[in-house]
Design a binder for this molecule. Structure first.
Ligand SMILES: [Zn+2]
Length: 97
């Protein structure tokens, strides 16, 4: 029997139950703000199947990615640079279509 709340996410593409991290604490380790999906930070309307569900970020600090895995990692990133690269990547993909 499958119930939504009980489903264990098995990959980065699996939506997390309740819309919050499954394996890690749901709050920022610095300011305790609720973590949000990195992709949703950029595109709040993104459908579940178009975002990575393992990359979480604090909307206040924006200083790194929390990876939602049993052996979780916190990766410090230069968010502005990363967003620029994502934007460039999207533009390149648009050009190819
Ligand atoms: Zn924070």
């Amino acid at each position: 029997m499958h119930r939504d709340g009980d489903r264990v996410p098995r990959s980065a593409a699996d939506p997390r139950p309740g819309g919050q991290p499954y394996y890690i604490a749901p709050g920022c380790r610095r300011c305790s703000a609720r973590l949000v999906l990195f992709d949703r930070l950029e595109n709040p309307e993104a459908p579940d199947d178009e975002v990575w569900h393992d990359e979480w970020i604090c909307p206040v600090c924006r200083d790194g990615l929390y990876m939602d895995w049993p052996e979780s990692e916190f990766i410090e990133i230069d968010l502005d640079r990363l967003l620029e690269e994502v934007q460039e990547q999207l533009e390149r993909e648009d050009d190819q279509q």
